[in-house]
Design a protein around this ligand. Structure first.
Ligand SMILES: [Ca+2]
Ligand SMILES: [Ca+2]
Ligand SMILES: [Ca+2]
Ligand SMILES: [Ca+2]
Length: 308
């Protein structure tokens, strides 16, 4: 088991997660989201669309895809971000500011504390994703991460466990099951709490597992944002089985990633494949990440979607 140090405190890890740091910070709240929505078709186009051919079955007619949205009428998900074209265009309530030609990632953030992620932390995270060295079908680069801050003051019933525990009601899966508003829309779930336990050990300050993460916060914007990027990297599928992740064996030059314990708390970004480890984590995030299922993929299931 590798052990890392930050200041005077040990960072311990196990498979699929774990990072530690005592100290607590409780910043004020705000909400962020970036990116622009798609064009809006006129009334005639929408009416004409209701009876038109929809070859790929994504909820948008071939003609609308060609003439209005520039999406692919033979591909349900033109930008490959997991959210179908029709849903990105029509489900503004489910996916605010989605763009069918640019990678979007949606995250629901709940908190057992009085506050959610601070505005500066959210901005740091959003800017890091915006700068991601990945290309989109509209010719732009970067990723729009939408941090949808939801509930605060959730009752924790003691320390929050990062692992599923039968009956206890205080692990991160319980919180997602009981409090996620957006799981069926393909959102990740992040829980902020003042005490995370990993495998029963509350020495940890964060844990990330596929689709889900829990973390504590600190007074420093950079440290909190870095911890988010690390745990959220785990939630997207950057797991400890991969060379250098949750280890200290490589310097930041050799492995330039927040998933490297030598990069954690010191940087926010993932690797781009040009270091000696050679893994392009940004490309993985854009193209192959683990993602919660979108249950209204055909654009027909959600009352929050505007039907054409
Ligand atoms: Ca279509
Ligand atoms: Ca399509
Ligand atoms: Ca999409
Ligand atoms: Ca998109």
């Amino acid at each position: 088991m590798p052990i890392a140090r930050f200041g005077a405190v040990a960072l311990v890890t196990l498979l699929l997660a774990g990072v530690v740091l005592p100290v607590a910070g409780v910043p004020p709240q705000v909400n962020t989201a970036s990116g622009g929505g798609a064009d809006t078709p006129n009334t005639q186009q929408v009416q004409a669309d209701s009876n038109a051919t929809d070859t790929d079955g994504d909820g948008l007619s071939d003609s609308l895809e060609r003439s209005v949205y520039d999406t692919d009428p033979t591909d349900t998900d033109t930008d490959g971000d997991g959210y179908p074209d029709g849903m990105e265009v029509r489900c503004e309530q489910a996916l605010p500011d989605a763009d069918p030609l640019r990678t979007d990632i949606y995250v629901e953030v709940d908190s057992t504390e009085a506050t959610t992620l601070s505005d500066p932390v959210q901005t740091s995270i959003a800017e890091t994703f915006e700068k991601a060295p990945v290309s989109n079908p509209d010719g732009s680069t970067g990723i729009d991460i939408h941090l949808v801050t939801d509930e605060t003051n959730l009752s924790a019933n003691g320390t929050v466990y990062s692992k599923s525990r039968a009956g206890a009601g205080n692990d991160i899966y319980d919180f997602r099951a009981n409090h996620s508003e957006h799981r069926s829309d393909g959102y990740y779930y992040v829980l902020l709490t003042d005490d995370v336990a990993y495998n029963g050990d509350d020495y940890f300050v964060g844990a990330g597992r596929p689709e889900i993460a829990a973390m504590e916060r600190f007074d420093s914007t950079k440290i909190t944002a870095s911890l988010f990027m690390h745990e959220f990297g785990h939630a997207m599928g950057l797991d400890a089985h991969q060379d250098g992740i949750d280890e200290e064996r490589y310097s930041r030059t050799e492995y330039d990633s927040v998933m490297n314990y030598n990069g954690l708390y010191r940087q926010l970004t993932y690797s781009n494949g040009t270091d000696s480890v050679g893994r392009n984590e940004w490309q993985f995030v854009a193209e192959n990440r683990t993602q919660p299922d979108v249950e209204c993929a055909d654009n027909a299931c959600s009352s929050r979607c505007t039907q054409g």
